[in-house]
Ligand binder design. Structure first.
Ligand SMILES: [Zn+2]
Length: 370
């Protein structure tokens, strides 16, 4: 289960959660109706609309997740936040064509929903006369428009907004994927990130004059574009190495029968924060700080390592590419992972160690290049 999130159901093995901050939006909508002097019914309709809208956001995320599934990429979960949904894919497809389809599938869902709603509205004669809308008092008009029309408009906006060609929007991935068809991925990422950041600066600039919301959107895009570019450059730097290159052969190996008191001593006396548990070169598990603290509070310091260690820890192969190693460590929130060769424990990989390795690698390259 996820912390601070409400589980609402699952489809195709993908669990859907609502983050607690989402309820702030619900409260805010209700207050807004109240302040406009609306009654309880309008307030409830407003909330119903938000729920319907976020239902569409969930479908958008399933668009990404189910397309990724076709390429054998799993999705850990889908979580709904006030700013939208996030489908946590375990990896992004490497092939440009696959990334293109996965990125397009989300906005496509909203366009399809909008099209269906438009057909329905036209069939039932409920398409409002937009020329009667005036800029002033547009809030009041908005509430007078039908539920269906508002949902149609919102889906159209969702589809279009997400196609803005800037990270972290889907459009940024679409642009990167299109560029990657003709050049290598890290160059494509750099160009896509630069385009996104230019757009973001444009948003901020226009926002100051026209609409302050654009300033926020611009900043959001600017930061997103930067972090995606940083992530990609880290990844391409890592992919040139394997687990063997950062293997640590000197590390403290815990025995299953050792007490937690001893581990606490090790933790306080040294640099190591997480430990591998093994006996006669045979891996038994990993003891992270979380398990150690949980074990201490539940069983006391006389309890043994085997009692509290994590047995289903990730196991690495010496030839595994370093970016995969990094992804695995991040996905399982581990700081260290054992490396096995032919079933025997040959060393460990430490996340902090990889970070340092990267820093050194970058520094050396900079000297080489100068
Ligand atoms: Zn999306």
């Amino acid at each position: 289960m996820k912390k601070w999130s409400l589980y609402i159901g699952s489809y195709a093995g993908i669990k859907v959660f609502i983050h607690w901050t989402f309820w702030i939006i619900i409260g805010w909508i209700f207050l807004m109706h109240y302040n406009l002097g609306h009654g309880l019914t309008e307030g409830l309709w407003g909330i119903l609309f938000i729920l319907a809208l976020f239902g569409c956001v969930v479908l958008h995320e399933f668009g990404h997740a189910l397309t990724a599934k076709r390429y054998h990429i799993k999705t850990r979960d889908i979580t709904i936040y006030p700013i939208g949904g996030i489908a946590s894919l375990e990896a992004m497809p490497e092939k440009p064509k696959q990334e293109l389809w996965v990125a397009l599938a989300g906005p496509a869902v909203n366009v399809v929903i909008a099209a269906i709603l438009l057909i329905y509205l036209q069939y039932t004669g409920k398409v409002p006369d937009l020329t009667s809308l005036t800029a002033e008092d547009s809030n009041a008009h908005m509430f007078n428009l039908s539920f269906g029309f508002n949902l149609f408009a919102a889906n159209l906006i969702l589809g279009v907004f997400n196609l803005i060609p800037a990270f972290p929007m889907d459009g940024g991935r679409v642009l990167r994927a299109l560029l990657a068809l003709t050049m290598n991925r890290s160059k494509a990422t750099r160009i896509a990130a630069t385009v996104g950041q230019f757009l973001a600066i444009g948003f901020v600039f226009f926002g100051f004059f026209y609409n302050f919301w654009l300033v926020f959107i611009g900043l959001f895009i600017y930061l997103g574009a930067g972090s995606e570019a940083a992530y990609e450059s880290t990844k391409s730097a890592l992919s040139r190495y394997t687990a063997k290159d950062v293997l640590m052969k000197q590390f403290t190996c815990l025995l299953p029968e050792e007490t937690l008191e001893k581990v606490v001593q090790l933790l306080l006396n040294g640099q190591e924060k997480e430990f591998v548990v093994a006996e006669n070169d045979k891996l038994l598990g990993v003891l992270t700080r979380i398990e150690l603290i949980k074990g201490l509070s539940e069983y006391g310091k006389a309890s043994t390592v085997s009692n509290v260690m994590r047995k289903d820890c990730i196991v690495l192969h010496p030839d595994m590419p370093l970016h995969e190693v990094y992804q695995k460590l991040m996905a399982n929130s581990c700081a260290v992972a054992p490396v096995l060769d032919n079933g025997g424990l040959i060393g460990i990989v430490d996340k902090e160690n990889i970070d340092e390795f990267l820093l050194i690698e970058r520094a050396l390259k900079r000297i080489d290049g100068a």
